[in-house]
Design a protein around this ligand. Structure first.
Ligand code: CP
Ligand code: NVA
Length: 301
């Protein structure tokens, strides 16, 4: 593994390896066992969009591993004033040992790796959010022990989270059902991938149908970063796609709800469902730290 661009690039074995290492690093951190395996390295963190969890979990994770994080906001970099990424990448390649980037286009992540010569981690693009889905899978395994035979349901926008979850969940052996409105389906490459899994993947416009007997239910915001001008139109399109207690009545009796956060109460999830599942949702947020440390150990060590 040289980079983490998207879930499609990872094999099942690589995913499980990352999750196993993440569990170990979580155990070590909780027990005060240090693991400064990246001592002396300098890791850049480029942000072209806002972030709470990704920024802080990477900054803390890099420090836990003995390396130095550099927070690089595009509004402060010359990128923000038009310096081409391929020039910035060639400069960063001479200063740093690895890079995490949150940006818009998927190709930006891949260009950054190509021109810097460094290992690059995708910290969210419009297309994918692999770090989040690795943390989600870690959380599911923590609470459900095994992936086999579980049903994961995603209700909402066929966005970066949906794209990555469908791939990650299918790869580790879960059944996946998604409920998305017409016109808001996942990327075509994701649907083509999912098709290979036959009836293990199901897509509908009907949330009730998708939620039925689900063990894990996931949702995300209706308007992602960069889509703010579509907010009103999206509020209309996603009416009926809110995770309510009533909707979840037909899920498996031991269901858990995950949300990558930030959450918009009474939009994609009610305050009641959110609070009833806070135990899982905040463990999921914590697991960003452990999962990303595992990825960094694999890529930068
Ligand atoms: N879930 C997630 O990526 O959160 P941030 O946008 O706060 O980083
Ligand atoms: N789909 C959301 C995820 C935020 C973590 C977005 O891209 O804004």
């Amino acid at each position: 593994m040289k980079n983490l661009f998207k879930m499609l690039d990872l094999s099942k074995e690589e995913i499980i390896d990352i999750l196993d290492l993440a569990d170990q690093l979580k155990y070590e951190k909780k027990n005060g066992i240090s693991h400064e395996v990246l001592k002396g390295q300098k890791i850049g963190m480029i942000f072209e969009k806002a972030s709470t969890r990704t920024r802080i979990s990477f900054e803390v994770g890099i420090t836990d591993l003995g390396a130095t994080p550099l927070f690089l906001s595009s509004s402060d970099l010359q990128i923000g004033r038009g310096e081409p990424l391929i020039d910035t990448a060639r400069v960063l390649g001479r200063y740093l040992d690895g890079i995490m980037i949150r940006t818009f286009k998927q190709s930006t992540v891949e260009d950054l790796a190509k021109y810097s010569g460094l290992s690059v981690i995708n910290g969210l693009t419009d297309f994918s959010h692999p770090c989040q889905v690795l943390a989600d899978l870690m959380t599911i395994r923590e609470f459900k022990i095994n992936f086999d035979g579980l049903k994961l349901c995603y209700v909402g926008d066929g966005n970066n989270m949906c794209n990555s979850l469908v791939v990650g969940a299918l790869k580790v052996g879960m059944n996946v059902a998604i409920a998305v409105p017409n016109g808001y389906e996942p990327d075509e490459s994701i649907l083509a991938f999912a098709k290979e899994y036959g009836d293990k993947f199901y897509m509908t416009t009907n949330p009730e149908e998708a939620v039925k007997d689900a063990d894990v239910i996931v949702t995300d915001v209706w308007t992602s970063m960069g889509q703010e001008s579509e907010t009103k139109q999206r509020e209309q399109a996603f009416k009926g796609y809110c995770l309510t207690t009533e909707l979840l009545n037909s899920a498996h009796q031991d269901y858990i709800v995950l949300h990558c956060l930030p959450a918009h109460r009474e939009e994609e999830i009610t305050a009641e469902v959110f609070e009833n599942n806070a135990k899982y949702i905040f463990e999921e947020a914590e697991n960003r730290l452990h999962a990303q440390k595992a990825v960094m150990v694999k890529l930068f060590n």
